[in-house]
Design a protein around this ligand. Structure first.
Ligand SMILES: Cc1cc2nc3c(=O)[nH]c(=O)nc-3n(C[C@H](O)[C@H](O)[C@H](O)COP(=O)(O)O)c2cc1C
Length: 342
């Protein structure tokens, strides 16, 4: 497979779409470097959430989602991706190097790229309409295509998830620095370039899984009819291991699930809170995976009621704040840290 040269404006357009990826608290904890024949993804530790996400699992999942968004965007532009994950053992913030290769997108690939612009996190209750089993099968296949194991949870496990969200919230409320982090990153004004706007968070509603507590909640909740129940599907995304690469892959699988669901017309909402607290994560691992696999993130899926207002788009940093030009050549056999003194 030949690497192809990379037109700079195509690369920038693909990165702009990648920046629309979901991230924990909309922290966008990534940076990019664009070279003549490769695009590089870096974790940005200055945007980490040490109280909420002490293991940086959410950070790596967020970066993995951005990486998958980049691959989807490049493919729509006729470029496949040869991806080197964690390519430099001496430089662990260097999460991925992507070398473009010639490729022909299918109509499905183009539809997935269109979903990048329309996907939103919807925290409101969903309608009673069931999600068809063939749609769920497509989501499971989308995750499997990225080495992810998406488990659709039965009712008993959904109740467990609801309890674990509450438990994690109580434990996190006692964590030093958590309240400041929530205040720094959430309850932001409409149009802010980062963080979760109050307009994207409903007050505690009648959904199947409690909404995470953010600094402010001003979104109109969807109103379900008197005898209606929330038709939410709750799914757990797991991986076989729990290395940094596994967590990056989990983010890629999360992105594949969210974009596929969006293309099918479904509303989606990632939920990480119980995975951020070791005791709650251990309980999920034992109950849902019978210890075989590593839980990474939950996803709530369903149909938004037709009367529901559209979910406002959350802001993103300007492209220029996220991209640097690459200052030296890169090849898989010669990572940058090899050039560093000492
Ligand atoms: C790793 C990760 C963890 C997340 N955890 C939660 C969560 O626990 N609760 C929640 O309501 N949203 C969660 N989200 C959704 C983000 O808040 C959302 O992606 C971000 O605010 C950007 O908004 P958007 O998805 O509408 O573009 C998470 C997203 C990611 C990628």
């Amino acid at each position: 497979m030949l690497t192809t040269s990379l037109d700079h404006s195509t690369a920038r357009a693909a990165v702009a779409l990648a920046n629309l990826a979901p991230s924990v608290h909309n922290s966008q904890p990534w940076r990019w470097r664009i070279g003549d024949a490769s695009i590089h993804l870096f974790a940005d530790a200055t945007r980490a959430l040490p109280a909420t996400d002490p293991d940086a699992r959410d950070l790596r999942i967020s970066c993995g989602a951005a990486l998958h968004h980049l691959r989807v965007a490049l493919l729509a532009a006729g470029l496949g991706s040869r991806v080197h994950r964690l390519p430099d053992p001496g430089h662990p913030e260097h999460l991925a190097a992507v070398e473009p290769v010639p490729a022909q997108p299918t109509p499905d690939d183009l539809a997935l790229a269109r979903a990048v612009e329309t996907r939103r996190s919807d925290r409101r209750a969903f309608s009673t309409w069931p999600v068809p089993p063939e749609f769920l099968a497509q989501l499971v296949a989308a995750a499997a295509g990225q080495d992810g194991d998406l488990r659709i949870l039965p009712g008993v496990h959904r109740s467990l998830v609801a309890r674990l969200v509450e438990r994690a919230a109580v434990e996190q409320a006692l964590t030093p620095g958590l309240a400041q982090e929530v205040a720094r990153w959430t309850g932001t004004a409409r149009g802010a370039r980062e963080g979760v706007p109050a307009a994207n968070v409903p007050p505690q509603a009648d959904g199947t899984v409690p909404v995470r507590r953010f600094a402010a909640a001003e979104q109109a909740p969807t109103v379900l009819g008197r005898d209606e129940t929330d038709g939410t599907v709750v799914a757990l995304l797991a991986t076989s291991g729990d290395s940094r690469v596994d967590q990056l892959r989990a983010g890629e699988a999360l992105s594949a699930v969210l974009l596929t669901a969006t293309r099918l017309g479904l509303a989606t909402d990632p939920i990480s809170q119980p995975l951020e607290v070791p005791a709650a994560r251990a309980q999920l691992k034992a109950a849902v995976l019978a210890e075989a696999g590593e839980p990474q993130i939950l996803v709530r899926l369903g149909w938004a009621p037709i009367s529901a207002d559209p979910v406002p788009r959350t802001g993103r940093r300007p492209l220029a704040d996220t991209v640097d030009r690459m200052d030296r050549p890169w090849s898989p056999d010669r990572p940058w840290s090899a050039d560093r003194p000492g």
